[in-house]
Design a protein around this ligand. Sequence first.
Ligand code: PRP
Length: 179
Amino acid sequence: MDDTDFPAEFDRVLFTEKQIAARVKELAAQVDEDYAGEDLLLVGVLKGAMMIMADLSRELKTPAEIDWMAVSSYGSGVTSSGVVRILKDLDISIEGRNVLIVEDVLDSGLTLRWLVRSLQARQPKTLRLLTLLRKPEAVRNQLDVAYVGFDIDNEFVVGYGMDHNEKFRNMGNIGVLNS
Ligand code: PRP
């Protein structure tokens, strides 16, 4: 798919593949600078983080291990309730490790607030968050995020790992759905 093409369900493209790739490169450079010579474990939150994890990890010069969690928030399914259930836990112990959680989008930030608390209890050496996209409510909820790709408006975004009813995850662009 060309950078400017998008399906009929899209209102518009918010970020093209090229814009995303350029920003991911910048984020990777920041992470490399901060973790130079350090141990690094990337923790992705399934499924949305698949693309940002694949691209970010390949841009990093710092050797990194990768592990995954799957979580589900109880609630309506449209907005997070902040009460989270672990569907798939980490395979690797994070005790004493430098952990960087990698996310596609922070909406309310409640899932990640819960996840940070939960992982902090496992005594990592450091625990930080990276998200490609951040919506205003996550800013209002004062979630501490070390690396943010783009701050965006409160719109329903899909593509680049993000879905609507499991569709659009395999698109390279990020788009806003027709309302
Ligand atoms: C999205 C996203 C975050 C969470 C953010 O995942 O990947 O994990 O929602 O929401 P919050 O900031 O309001 O807590 P989703 O539940 O859509 O699952 P998916 O990654 O499998 O698509």
